[in-house]
Each structure stands twice: as C-alpha cells, then as structure tokens.
Design a protein around this ligand. Structure first.
Ligand code: ATP
Ligand code: MG
Length: 341
C-alpha cells in the first residue's frame, strides 16, 4: 500500500466556528479526510491579538474541537492537534526565519490588511491596538506548521493563499540550498472562497461579530437572518438585482435546491420577491444543514472526555512526526554539534 499524501490545515482558537469556516474550509476537510493523512491544527501560538483574553482562547480550544466533531471530522482517522503541545513548531519557525527576507512579509496582502485593521479599526468602538511582533511573524509560523508534517495539500479559505505561497517559496529555498526535505504544498480553496458577513462586509469573521455560528440554535439562526442586510432599500414587490443582495450569496452557498433557486432569482429580477420570502427560505436551508451538526455536537458535549482524548492523542501523533522532521532539519543544516566528539 502506498502511503497517503498529507494534509495540514488549521484554525485559530479565537471563538466558535461559523458558516464561513464551513464553506471556505471545513467542508473540504470532511470530504478529503479519508483520502489523505490529515493533521488539523488548533493554532494557539498564533493568538497574539487575543493575548489579553486568554480565558477566551482556553474556551475556544474546546469550541473548535467540538465544532470539528460536529461537522463530522473523525479523530480516529485524522489528528486533532493543539499547536503548543508540539513546541517543535516554535523551533522550526525560528530556523525557517533565517531564510525568509522581511520584504516577503512586508508584501503579504493578508498580513497587511489584518495589521491595518488592528491599527485603524473601522468599528469606532474598538480601541486601536499596536501590532505585536508575534503577529507580524505569524505567517512564518504558518509556514512551519505546514512544513512540519511535510504536507502536500492545504485546504483553506482564499485569504490564506499568500501564506501558502510563502510556504512554497520557503520549501523551494530550503530544498535547493540544503537537502530535499519538504514537498512543495498545494493550496485548495473551498467551494465558497470568501463568505460575506451578515452585515454585508466582505468577510464573515469572528472578529467582526457578523457570523452565523455552527453551534447557533434554530431560533438564533432565524433571528440573525431576520436582521441581516438585504441589499439596497426596495419596495416589497419591486424587482431587484440578485448580485446586490447578499441573501442570494448565502442561498447559492447553502440551498441545495438549485433548480428552485434559479427560478427564484428569475422572479426576483423580473417581478420582485419580498426579502422576507428569501429569508424564510434561507433559514430553512441553514437549519437543515446545521441540524445534524447540532446533534453530533450535543453527543460530544455530554462526553467531553472523548474530546480531550482526541486532542491528546492527535497532538501526540503530530509530535512523533515533528521529531522526525526536526531530525531531518538539524541534519540538513548540520546543527548536530555534539556528534563531533
Ligand atoms: P479571525 O477573525 O480571528 O482571524 P477567522 O474567522 O479569519 O478568524 P481563522 O482561524 O483565521 O478564522 O481561519 C480559519 C480558516 O477558515 C482559514 O482557512 C480561513 O481562510 C477560513 N475562513 C475564515 N473565514 C472565512 C470566510 N468568511 N469565508 C471563507 N473562508 C473563511
Ligand atoms: Mg483569520
């Protein structure tokens, strides 16, 4: 039997997971989990922007693991990893930093926009934050995360593509200069590369509070959709443009009845359909999607020891492969000083 190729991907423990995570990433993880050897990382070294709220991070580690189980990831098959239980990630980050010029971080568009948002929050209520050193270098740590299990594939949302490019560049440089250690990993963007937020913002994101969470109950989903942004103002039976109404983006992403949806889009553009009709349809589609997740979540929530065991054994599995990789790296860089005498 040939060895399965490897996947590494991850999520920061900064809050419960939402529909953007699902459509952009998790759905692909679930689909590929049996074809690849998978390492799913809870990236708790990369929460420097939440360093003043560690209780939230502690809570989110469990939330993320529960959400993974809820969507159907199988910890018997894939490793659920807590990053800080594999401190080799920190070591590899340091060593790879030797080979990455600062200019590559300065050019990284995702990092640039995240730092700008931190320094100049659009939402007037949040105070300006200065950017921690560890935030500036988090893409290097992500490179180390991906290279650690010598992964071949990285399923992620679109905002992560610059980081994967950085990873490929680092692998090329290292292999050329020293020894062929790292495969050059491919990115795989999910069905919905970037899901918009309920407020119409370009990205549904934990930090903006514009999310529908995978753990929301049916009533919460209905309430959030009732108040979601439905495009520019329009009379109830006035025709509109589907592309100006984010409800359609959601329906296209989550309503399995594509035939019925096409008809609805036609009606909307020709004779007008009230937003309430669209919202009712979306609420039904989302609750149908989320119901089985809620059931599995409840099962594990009543058995947190199973969740704990999944994290412990997954982290241990990653640790074994991390030691293997670090041996290869030390050997390639010729850092085995004590072997001299
Ligand atoms: P934060 O706002 O705290 O950075 P986040 O919601 O961006 O949180 P991450 O942990 O940074 O979450 O991202 C985890 C994964 O989910 C990444 O692959 C990312 O691309 C994907 N993802 C997050 N939000 C979306 C979205 N709105 N649409 C598509 N993919 C998304
Ligand atoms: Mg993010």
């Amino acid at each position: 039997m040939t060895a399965r190729k490897r996947i590494l991907t991850g999520i920061r423990p900064t809050g419960p997971l939402h529909l953007g995570h699902y459509a952009g990433a998790l759905e692909t993880w679930v689909r590929l989990q049996h074809d690849y050897e998978c390492y799913f990382l809870i990236a708790d070294y990369q929460v420097s922007d939440y360093a003043d709220d560690i209780p939230r991070v502690r809570e989110a580690v469990w939330e993320v693991a529960l959400d993974w189980l809820a969507v159907g990831l199988d910890p018997e098959n894939s490793a659920f990893v807590i990053e800080s239980l594999v401190p080799e990630h920190a070591e590899l980050t340091t060593l790879l930093g030797w080979f990455l010029p600062v200019s590559m971080l300065e050019r990284n568009p995702t990092l640039k926009s995240e730092m700008a948002a931190m320094e100049n929050p659009e939402d007037g209520s949040t105070e300006r934050k200065s950017v921690p050193v560890a935030f500036y270098t988090y893409p290097v740590m992500q490179v180390a995360n991906i290279l650690m299990p010598r992964a071949h594939l990285v399923p992620v949302g679109e905002d992560q593509l610059p980081h994967i490019e950085l990873t490929r560049e680092t692998a090329r440089r290292f292999n050329r200069r020293f020894k062929e250690v790292f495969p050059e990993p491919e990115a795989l963007v999910g069905r919905v590369p970037r899901l918009v937020g309920l407020d119409g913002n370009a990205k549904m994101s934990k930090s903006r509070g514009n999310t529908i969470d995978l753990k929301d109950d049916a009533e919460t989903v209905a309430r959030k959709i009732r108040s979601m942004y439905g495009g520019p103002p329009r009379g109830a039976n006035e025709p509109g443009r589907c592309d100006e109404n984010p409800i359609f983006l959601y329906l296209r992403a989550f309503d399995p009845d594509t035939e019925g949806l096409r008809q609805l889009e036609h009606d909307y553009e020709t004779r007008g359909v009230p937003n309430q009709v669209l919202k009712d349809r979306l609420t039904r589609a989302l609750n149908d999607l989320l119901d089985p997740f809620r059931e599995r979540r409840a099962y594990y929530q009543a058995r947190m020891r199973l969740v704990r065991d999944a994290l412990a054994s997954g982290s241990e599995r990653m640790r074994r492969i991390a030691r293997e990789t670090m041996d290869m790296v030390h050997d390639a860089l010729d850092l085995n000083y004590l072997e001299k005498y």
